[in-house]
Each structure stands twice: as structure tokens, then as C-alpha cells.
Design a protein around this ligand. Structure first.
Ligand code: TA6
Length: 282
């Protein structure tokens, strides 16, 4: 593990395990790269990503916490919560067999206690790098009252061509399309020919991203997550984002491991919850 300077002068941890390498910005404990040894990048980052304070990286694995999307009542609150904008502490770095394990920690601060979500908490984020990438977000309620939160590992996966990509594993599950509302279950894998922004609730299934152009399959297995989001901004939405190149939408798909909306987590004082996900490439 090397600690160094990433883009924008931001602190970054660079991990070199035998079977894979990764890069994690301490800002947001934001995984920005994972490359299996001898393979090609699995995690996608925008060429236009900004590395400026108050602006989340575009791509990688943003940690959305403690709310998902716009805050329901506070219009000044940042989209997808404060965790991806915060400086996490690298608490541990160790080898585990052929893998390398990093543990990042975020606890409440004066700023978070003054935010739209003022609770006392600890979040521990474990990143295990090797032939697979495993991510685990453990949240503990350090408050004296119960608290509720939403969470998402908003992972951007690299694909050769979104128009030749499909996401399987969600067949038979109803979903809400952020553009058109509740939709009935489909029997086919998700395919992409326009902006796609789907929230599957009560969905614990593993998913697979199949890049039919190259044959690569990225398998996503999750624990402690009842929601899955599938997103591609397509042409117009990508063009509307300053940190998203106009044609970059063809090279990525977000498959997000979450607990959102009805699947939000409630913790009694002292209680904790773990959400984890493992990516493997075949
Ligand atoms: O996960 C899909 C989504 O909620 C989309 O609606 C879009 O807003 C995307 O997240 C990106 O959000 P961001 O705040 O990172 O630009």
C-alpha cells in the first residue's frame, strides 16, 4: 500500500496485491480504480471528473450515505449525502493471504451534527483488493436515540459498449423507473437504449453485467442489501453533467448495492448494520 497524492492534490491510497491493484481516495473513501492483474479496469472513472472540494468524483464507487438522491426536506443538502464529500480516516492496512485489506472510518463531526442528519455514528468501510474486489460498509448508531439512514455503493462499472451490455439477475422483480414510475417485472435482462434509472426494492439477488461485445462478465454478489439501482444517463443527461464527457455514457453502467426508500435501515442505540458486495470478473 502506498499513500500518495492523487489528482487535485487529494490524498490517495494505492494498493498493489498479487492478483489486483486499486486506488482509493481518502476523500469519500472513494474507490477510483480496480484492475485485476493481467486484466482491464473493472471500475470506470470519467475523464472529466473534478477533484475539487465539495464536488464528488465522477465514477468509481461513491458511498451514498446517510441519504440517497436529493435530501427529502433540505434543498441545500448535498445529493447522495455527506459521506462521499468527507475525509475518511485510513485506520488499517493489512495483508490477508494474497489480498490487501484497507479499513476507512468516518464518524460524526461538528459539520455532520449540524447537517440534515445530525446523529452520532461510526461508519467503517472495508476494502479488500485481490482477484476480486470486496466492499463492506458497517454503520453503528452511537446516539442515544434510534436513527434511520439510506446507503448505496454507487458503483460505476466499465463496459465496452452500453448498447451491447445487459444486466441479469433482476428478472421477475418489479421496479420503479425514476423517469416513468412503478413498472411491472420483466422476464428479460436489463438492456440499454435510453436513459435508464431503475430502483429495485426488496431485491437481494446477485446480478451479472455481461459485456456481449467482449464476453466479459462482472458478477455482483451482495449481503445486507435489499435494494438495487441500475443507471445509465445516456446522451442528454451525460451532456448536462459538466463532469461527464458527452460520449462517455457508452463505456459505463452503474449497478448499485443499496438500502434505500422503504429499505432504509433503522438502528436502535448501539446497534449496527453491515452491507457488503463482492465483484468478480469472468
Ligand atoms: O443512482 C442513480 C442516480 O440517483 C441518478 O438519478 C443520478 O442522479 C445519479 O444517481 C448520479 O447522481 P450524482 O449526484 O452523483 O450526479
Amino acid at each position: 500500500v502506498e499513500l500518495g497524492m492523487g489528482q487535485g492534490g487529494l490524498a490517495v491510497a494505492r494498493v498493489f496485491a498479487r492478483a489486483g491493484s486499486a486506488e482509493i481516495y481518502l476523500r469519500g473513501a472513494h474507490v477510483s480504480a480496480w484492475v485485476p492483474t493481467g486484466g482491464s479496469p473493472v471500475i470506470w472513472m470519467s475523464e472529466q471528473s473534478e477533484y475539487a472540494p465539495g464536488v464528488p468524483l465522477r465514477g468509481g464507487v461513491p458511498i451514498c450515505f446517510p441519504w440517497f438522491g436529493a435530501h427529502p426536506t433540505d434543498a441545500t443538502a448535498p445529493s447522495h449525502g455527506f459521506a462521499r464529500l468527507a475525509d475518511w480516516r485510513l485506520a488499517e492496512a493489512r495483508e490477508a493471504g494474497d489480498d490487501v485489506v484497507l479499513v476507512f472510518v468516518l464518524t460524526d463531526t461538528e459539520a455532520t451534527r449540524a447537517s440534515a442528519w445530525p446523529h452520532r455514528f461510526e461508519a467503517r468501510y472495508t476494502v479488500t483488493v485481490g482477484a476480486q474486489l470486496a466492499l463492506s460498509l458497517q454503520v453503528t448508531n452511537l446516539d442515544t436515540a434510534q436513527l434511520s439512514y439510506e446507503e448505496a455503493l454507487h458503483t460505476y462499472l466499465a463496459v465496452a459498449d452500453i448498447r451491447q451490455t445487459e444486466v441479469s439477475g433482476l428478472e421477475g422483480a418489479p421496479f420503479t423507473d425514476r423517469l416513468t414510475g412503478p413498472r411491472p417485472a420483466e422476464s428479460e435482462p436489463v438492456r440499454f437504449d435510453a436513459e435508464t434509472d431503475r430502483i429495485y426494492l426488496n431485491s437481494t439477488a446477485a446480478t451479472t453485467v455481461t459485456d456481449t461485445a467482449t464476453g466479459r462478465q462482472i458478477t455482483i454478489m451482495k449481503q445486507g442489501s435489499a435494494s438495487t439501482v441500475v443507471w445509465n444517463p445516456w446522451i442528454d443527461k451525460a451532456a448536462a453533467m459538466a463532469d461527464f464527457g458527452d460520449n462517455e455514457y457508452t463505456g459505463m453502467v452503474c449497478v448499485e448495492t443499496c438500502n434505500v426508500r422503504d429499505n432504509a435501515i433503522t438502528l436502535a442505540p448501539g446497534a449496527g448494520h453491515e452491507m457488503s458486495v463482492r465483484y468478480s470478473v469472468a
